[in-house]
Design a protein around this ligand. Structure first.
Ligand SMILES: [Fe+2]
Length: 432
């Protein structure tokens, strides 16, 4: 796909004026595709037909990765162009019997009757690779590119009984694709298999089992939450040792949520980053109080001992199977973007995104409140200034960009109260 091919017109069901008027109620104004409500109704209808005549039906849920960030940098016009291009691609590559819709914002959906997982996966892969070739050149000569994440559910291969399940399963698969790093195609089948590994003795058969399975997934989420709640007691005990750090872990978790939301990450990623923010310093419960509470500077030996806390935290959390991603973030929350951090000296994108977010959140909260034992409390303007100053060295410029955006949005930072030039420069260096 390229810029010259833009503005393809989408087919219409009738040239009749009245019919076109009715048609406009079910069409999205920008792309000409069907809208969300029509798609939901069509999904129920198609699923009922597929069940009656016993043929496969697949659903694709497609999301443009990091769409908001591209819009922020290059303007809505560029984003709208990409939406229309993607819509055009979908219309060219689906059959007349398929239904394609703009499901909302930057999300699209397609219903493919008589297509099983294999066929849906082929189309999704073609869509994913074509999107990578899409290129927009700005007036300044800068090339803008996109990627998509795709989730697929398929009847009867997935245990789908209602239209809601078909969409729910496709959304779950999409969440999984994003959590795997975006620019991925993921089948709901993979999400289900991962859960089956956790509960290997249960065979999934029949419609009642679908509901049971969904409830068990909910219970699994609740168990995770219950574990984290229990761990909070440990964190509280740790923070109670030093009044200056009271509430630090909870605040870091909350900041992680805001930054991850600004980056338009999936709900699953946002939850993982919140947990990791909450648990990031759990390893400090193993550090000697004499070091932990020392009011003066640490000796080199003491500092080396303190530096063990990410690994200790990792070892505490790692055995809990459903917190494996959080464990990895905890291990790397003191890495630096330029590779000068610890414990592994990871650099740039090799540092897990969650660890890059926790690192900035941890430092900001320490500068603002938790570091009062060592130094004076900074204002939000001063702390944001430090994040920007260390953007590209200690911190990921993209994370700092979203961090500052959140502070401005919350009213904690005046829009003119930070060095925009320095922030933009570090973003450009990152892109280069
Ligand atoms: Fe730490």
């Amino acid at each position: 796909m390229n810029k010259r091919n833009s503005n393809r017109s989408c087919r219409k069901s009738s040239s009749d004026g009245v019919a076109e008027g009715l048609e406009s109620h079910v069409r999205d104004g920008l792309t000409g595709l069907y809208n969300h409500r029509f798609f939901q109704e069509k999904c129920a209808e198609e699923l009922e037909r597929a069940g009656r005549y016993r043929y496969p039906l697949s659903c694709l849920m497609i999301d443009i990765d990091h769409f908001g960030q591209v819009n922020d940098r290059h303007g809505l016009e560029v984003g709208d162009w990409a939406l229309k291009e993607l819509a055009g691609f979908l219309m060219v590559h689906v059959r007349r019997t398929d239904t394609v819709a703009r499901f909302g914002g930057k999300k699209f959906a397609a219903l493919l009757p008589h297509v099983s997982y294999a066929g849906a996966q082929t189309l999704a892969e073609r869509l994913r690779t074509s999107m990578l070739k899409l290129r927009y050149t700005t007036h300044e000569g800068q090339a803008v590119t996109w990627s998509v994440s795709v989730g697929i559910s398929s009847y009867p291969e997935d245990p789908i009984d209602q239209k809601g399940e078909m969409l729910f399963f496709a959304e779950k698969a999409l969440d999984r694709a994003k959590a795997k790093g975006h620019n991925q195609v993921c089948l709901y089948d993979e999400v289900g298999k991962e859960f089956d590994k956790e509960v290997p003795s249960i065979k999934w058969e029949g419609s009642q089992m679908t509901e049971l399975r969904r409830r068990l997934i909910d219970i699994s989420e609740m168990s995770k939450r219950a574990y984290i709640e229990a761990t909070k007691a440990l964190i509280n005990a740790l923070e109670a040792k030093d009044r200056h750090t009271l509430g630090h872990a909870a605040r870091v978790g909350q900041i992680c949520v805001l930054v991850a939301q600004s980056m338009e990450l999936s709900q699953e990623e946002i939850r993982i980053f919140e947990h990791a923010g909450l648990l990031h310093d759990i390893g400090k419960i193993c550090v000697d109080d004499a070091i932990l509470l020392k009011p003066s500077a640490l000796s080199s030996g003491e500092y080396e001992e303190m530096k063990e806390h990410p690994l200790l935290g990792y070892q505490i959390v790692k055995p809990i199977k459903f917190l494996s991603e959080e464990a990895n973030i905890i291990l790397h929350h003191h890495e630096w973007f330029d590779g000068k951090g610890y414990p592994d000296g990871l650099k740039g994108g090799n540092i897990p995104l969650g660890a890059r977010i926790v690192s900035a959140a941890d430092s900001y909260d320490t500068m603002r409140l938790a570091g009062a034992r060592y130094q004076r409390i900074m204002t939000s303007r001063e702390a944001a200034g430090e994040l920007i100053r260390c953007s590209g060295t200690q911190f990921d410029p993209e994370v700092v960009f979203h961090f500052v955006r959140c502070l401005v949005k919350k009213g904690d930072l005046d829009p003119s109260g930070y060095d925009q030039t320095k922030l933009n420069e570090s973003m450009k260096l990152r892109a280069a």
